[in-house]
Design a protein around this ligand. Structure first.
Ligand code: ADP
Length: 486
């Protein structure tokens, strides 16, 4: 394997109609761990997006009519090629996004896993034959692909989000136009290289990079785009929802979250701490279903805080390419400033810093956007950090006394993506799972994303699901055919 060559690969083109397309202007991509420029990517806009939509619309009739089994061949081949190049792709992902190499390896494997699962699930888009009301009547329900899908992906899981959207869309028979985030476009371009290498028909999958608003507006106003799937901020998600209304486009939105983890005294505290650290510090805390507030029952508050702080002090921070590093940099300076401001406000209002609480700027950290893994206790609900999405390596600890109280604290947010509960009381498991107003609840664990389960949120965390047979539905329409026998 030639890791040295990976970041030098010129991922400086878009994919339109099966061709590599450059543009007159480009924008730079930086490594957040070093500040180095690692690539230049085309600054596409309305014209390129329109070309991509045209290509996808031309490819749709043929692709949508292929038997699912044949679409699955391309998808399986795509997954195989990704896994064959797992290390190079993971290296590129770490350079561009900052996450530790081991996490990048996991993300690439997960990205391939999604493709494999949907290659199979696409074969199960069954129709129905419904019992009639009259002798000569037949009621059929077909499920057909919605059409060309516009896919907009974020920078925090820039490989997994590409396949989590493209795989179900392509498996369902849709053709796609994908726009990756400006911070992490190269990994998406590289993944598409492997898709093109399968020989997938031209125009089936297109990718445009550049001006987010121009590309977004074109996707939202072109009537040939029948579906938008977006993962990103609630603010942009709301804008897209408003725009989609004009043409009543189908929408899947996976937006911000504010996940509580609730630890009861009967929980296995060692296991809870492990799971909390795994979730909270994955990807430097930049995970949409990442823990935002730790609610510790008053009986175990001191004990839990101490254990968490001890573990966090041991986390190894650094450039994700260095073996053993567990926490990389934040994606950019704006993200670091946001984290800093939230911590400052909390401390001013009385939170106590158990560890961390500052940026890292000396020595190996000087050119990157690093922030020390942080644990705060004595956090109260009056502090912004308890209810705003942190998206950084900061664990705020709050306390509670009763189930009712912690349920009301947890639900008092416009978000509703994920919640976590640690308890061994089966009655409490049900009361909490039923009472928490979130799209996903994990009990005695903090990991959620697998291809076969419906990942997604309620309230302002979004609409629609990714994963599972539910995720395929997002790209299918029902057609009811009423047939009268002659
Ligand atoms: P984050 O806060 O995680 O960066 P964003 O919502 O800004 O989230 O970005 C998520 C994705 O949405 C990215 O691909 C970004 O380029 C894209 N995006 C940002 N603004 C717009 C817009 N006005 N229209 C369409 N897509 C947009």
């Amino acid at each position: 394997m030639q890791l040295d060559n990976v970041h030098k690969a010129p991922w400086n083109f878009m994919w339109i109609d099966g061709q590599k397309v450059k543009s007159a202007n480009s924008f730079e991509v930086r490594n957040p761990a070093t500040g180095e420029v690692i690539g230049w990517v085309p600054k596409g806009g309305e014209a390129e997006t329109t070309q991509a939509i045209e290509a996808a619309a031309r490819a749709f009739p043929k692709w949508s009519k292929l038997p699912a089994k044949e679409r699955a061949h391309y998808l399986q081949d795509w997954a195989d090629r990704i896994l064959l190049h797992q290390q190079e792709l993971a290296h590129l992902l770490t350079l561009e996004q900052g996450k530790p190499f081991a996490e990048s390896m996991g993300e690439i494997a997960g990205a391939a896993d999604f493709i494999r699962w949907y290659a199979e699930e696409g074969k199960r888009a069954y129709g129905e034959l419904i019992p009639p009301s009259r002798t000569a009547q037949r009621i059929l329900v077909m499920r057909q692909p919605v059409g060309v899908a516009g896919l907009i992906t974020p920078w925090n899981f820039p490989a997994a989000m590409v396949t989590r959207k493209a795989a179900p869309a392509l498996a369902a028979g849709c053709t796609v136009v994908l726009k990756p985030a400006k911070q992490t476009p190269q990994i998406a371009i590289a993944l598409f290289q492997h898709l093109m290498d399968t020989g997938i028909p031209e125009g089936t999958a297109n990718l445009v990079t550049g001006d987010a608003a121009a590309i977004g507006d074109t996707l939202l106003t072109d009537p040939r785009i029948r579906k938008i799937s977006f993962t990103g901020s609630t603010e942009v998600g709301k804008k897209l929802m408003r725009q989609a209304a004009d043409q009543v486009k189908r929408l899947s939105l996976e937006l911000g979250g504010n996940a509580p983890v609730i630890v009861f005294p009967d929980a296995d505290l060692e296991k809870a701490v492990d799971a909390i650290i795994d979730n909270k510090f994955e990807n430097c805390g930049q995970v949409c279903n990442g823990i935002n507030a730790i609610y510790a029952h008053i009986e175990i508050l001191e004990q839990l805080s101490k254990k968490i702080a001890e573990r966090v002090q041991q986390l190894k921070v650094g450039n994700g390419t260095v073996p053993g590093v567990q926490v990389g940099p934040l994606i950019d300076e704006a993200a670091r400033q946001k984290v800093e401001a939230l911590v400052a406000e909390a401390v001013e209002k009385g939170a106590r810093v158990l560890t961390g609480g500052h940026r890292l700027e000396a020595g190996q950290f000087q050119d990157g956007t690093f922030y020390a893994p942080t644990v705060l206790d004595r956090v109260t609900r009056q502090m912004a950090i308890a209810h705003e999405e942190i998206f950084g390596p900061v664990a705020p600890i709050l306390s509670f006394a009763t189930e009712e109280e912690v349920l009301s604290y947890s639900n008092a947010t416009p978000y509703g993506l994920a919640a976590y509960v640690f308890t061994r009381d089966v009655g409490r498991v049900f009361r909490m799972s039923e009472g928490l107003e979130f799209g996903m609840v994990a009990v005695n664990g903090t990991s959620l994303s697998v291809p076969q389960a419906p990942f997604g949120g309620i309230k302002e965390s979004g609409t629609g699901r990714e994963g599972g047979h539910h995720g395929l539905e997002e790209y299918l329409e029902y057609k009811y055919v009423a047939l009268t026998l002659d």
